[in-house]
Design a protein around this ligand. Structure first.
Ligand code: AHG
Ligand code: MN
Ligand code: MN
Length: 363
């Protein structure tokens, strides 16, 4: 009888793929998995304890922070601080990157970028949320790491993954050698290999977009949505529309079943809504490793040079043929690529006056 394989066993087995690695990356993944289990425990009882609701603060993007956003952020920073393999954590919830200034961590080789809780507006109604992470090797050789160590292209990622707290909890990750998924068995408290070598179908049948923003979409996206709704059996059309509103859950489903997820520019989000460093790059790395494509409508997501920590980008991600068709229609009908501005680390407008966004103190 074949036994189960835990995430820990799998990571050790795969360490041989990196002949020069000394186990730091494995330990980093272990630290992330530990924090994920703690966050999972709290997410699971979110309806029971007084942890729901607003924290009364806004994050750097000017969005309300839920208590669980703050909790998850603190857990990941704490686990990565204890682990000692990471010199910087850059998180969606903090204005600046967080240097880990301890004797062991200061010279650590790795940078972790994280969206501690994705889809947090869904917590109150028991809908899947998740964590997205991305790991880079630091470029600077000694001393404290700097912002330049964080602003690396997605192509430089050494690993990326996500945890989805759904009807079951899964951790999916890649180190650039395919994608593997692990399901948490709560009875033993271990992530167990359940989805080896995940591959996305090249032609899917699901499209996922917040269609409420339709009138503000670029013409190329409008044309794609019409294309998605036309009948054509050879290409699975009309496609099925599915939108959860947690990027991680929408992309996870599309990765398994085949589909496309789009978050284009809109009038309220002229550069797109989703963050390049915390959301798009890790999901793009995973999607490409599963055989899919991730684009900003014109170019590969992983090739974008980040200029600011909280930079946003439009994103079209999923099954190869579907994303390629969306890109074709963008080129034909929306050839003006939106300019990516250097946004979002500036003060936000509250009541008509500029105010510095609240900075969260982590424990
Ligand atoms: P976060 O909870 O980390 O701020 O991310 C929310 C994101 C993403 O998860 C989701 O797909 C998207 O926002 C939904 O946006 P709309 O509500 O505009 O559709
Ligand atoms: Mn998010
Ligand atoms: Mn988030």
């Amino acid at each position: 009888m074949a036994g189960i394989k835990t995430l820990g066993q799998f990571i050790i087995e795969k360490q041989a793929d990196f002949p020069y690695a000394k186990g730091e990356l494995s330990r980093l993944l272990r630290d992330i998995a530990i924090a994920a289990k703690i966050v999972n425990r709290e997410v699971n009882k979110a309806g029971l304890v007084d942890i729901l609701g607003e924290a009364g603060t806004v994050n750097i993007q000017g969005e309300d922070q839920k208590l669980l956003d703050v909790f998850a952020n603190n857990q990941f920073i704490a686990a990565l601080t204890c682990g000692g393999e990471c010199c910087i954590v850059a998180t969606e919830e903090e204005e600046d990157f967080v240097p880990i200034d301890s004797p062991v961590s200061k010279n650590a080789k790795y940078i972790v970028c994280i969206d501690p809780l994705d889809g947090s507006s869904n917590i109150d109604c028991n809908v899947a949320v998740g964590t997205i992470f991305s790991i880079y090797r630091r470029k600077s050789v000694d001393g404290m790491a700097t912002i330049a160590d964080v602003l690396q292209k997605g192509t430089e990622q050494v690993a990326a993954g996500y945890v989805i707290y759904g009807s079951s909890t899964m951790l999916v990750y890649t180190t650039g050698k395919g994608v593997n998924g692990f399901t948490l068995d709560p009875s033993i408290g271990e992530f167990c290999l359940s989805h080896p070598n995940m591959r996305v179908p090249s032609e899917g049948y699901i499209y996922s977009i917040n269609e409420g923003n339709y009138v503000h979409f670029p013409e190329g996206v409008k044309k794609y949505l019409k294309y998605a709704q036309v009948e054509d059996a050879t290409t699975n059309r009309p496609y099925t529309s599915r939108y959860i509103g947690s990027m991680i859950a929408d992309i996870h489903r599309n990765l398994i079943k085949g589909g496309i997820y789009l978050y284009p520019t809109t009038s309220s989000s002229p550069n797109g809504k989703l963050r390049l460093i915390y959301e798009c790059n890790p999901m793009a790395f995973i999607m490409e490793q599963a055989g899919g494509v991730a684009s900003d409508g014109f170019n590969r997501i992983l090739d974008i040079q980040p200029e600011t920590l909280h930079q946003r980008t439009p994103v079209f991600i999923g099954s190869e043929k579907m994303v390629k068709m969306a890109e074709k229609l963008m080129r034909e009908y929306s050839p003006q690529k939106p300019l990516l501005n250097k946004e979002s680390t500036v003060a936000i407008k509250l009541n008509g006056t500029d105010q510095i966004p609240h900075k969260i103190i982590t424990g």
